[in-house]
Design a protein. Structure first.
Length: 126
């Protein structure tokens, strides 16, 4: 994927790109009536920070993620709020659209989407 000597994080544009991506991503998520309810009670400033650190880590940037595992973070949402594949699909779609809109090359978008897709079973606790 792109330059094999560089992390996907670096190739995307590092921290400024990640800041822009996380912000635009949550704008899309909160504007989507199929999934917005999951975030009703969530402190979005904290959520953006955690998501930025998490995506930084999974794309090979510096690891400053101190949050919960994907399984633990989403367990209640699955058990009490009915989080399922359809919600995951919407989130994945917004992530892909965000990266594409910000001009990330298609092969890097694919690399990120592969990593995100690999988390589906953990997020959905199965
Ligand atoms: C690849 C997919 C996903 C990734 C990488 C991801 C990532 C994260 C991260 C890093 C956190 C913070 C964990 C912590 O608080 O310690 C989190 C929490 C959360 N996620 Fe996700 N998530 C994904 C899918 C989803 C989906 C599909 C939904 C709902 C539509 C969702 C809703 C939430 C909510 C509501 C929280 C806050 C939970 C709480 O604070 O109790 N996530 N997620």
């Amino acid at each position: 994927m792109g330059d094999p000597d560089k992390s996907v994080y670096a190739q995307i544009g590092g921290e400024p790109a990640m800041d822009a991506a996380v912000k635009l991503f949550y704008e899309k998520v909160l504007a989507d009536a199929h999934i917005a309810r999951f975030f009703d009670q969530i402190d979005m400033d904290r959520q953006l920070k955690k998501q930025k650190r998490f995506l930084t880590m999974v794309t090979g940037g510096p690891n400053r993620y101190t949050g919960r595992s994907m399984r633990a973070a989403h367990r209640k949402l699955v058990e009490k709020q009915g989080l399922d594949d359809s919600h995951f699909d919407h989130v994945a779609m917004h992530l892909e659209a965000t990266l594409t809109e910000l001009g990330v090359p298609a092969e890097l978008v694919s690399a990120v989407m592969e990593k995100a897709g690999g988390l589906r079973d953990d997020v959905l606790n199965r």
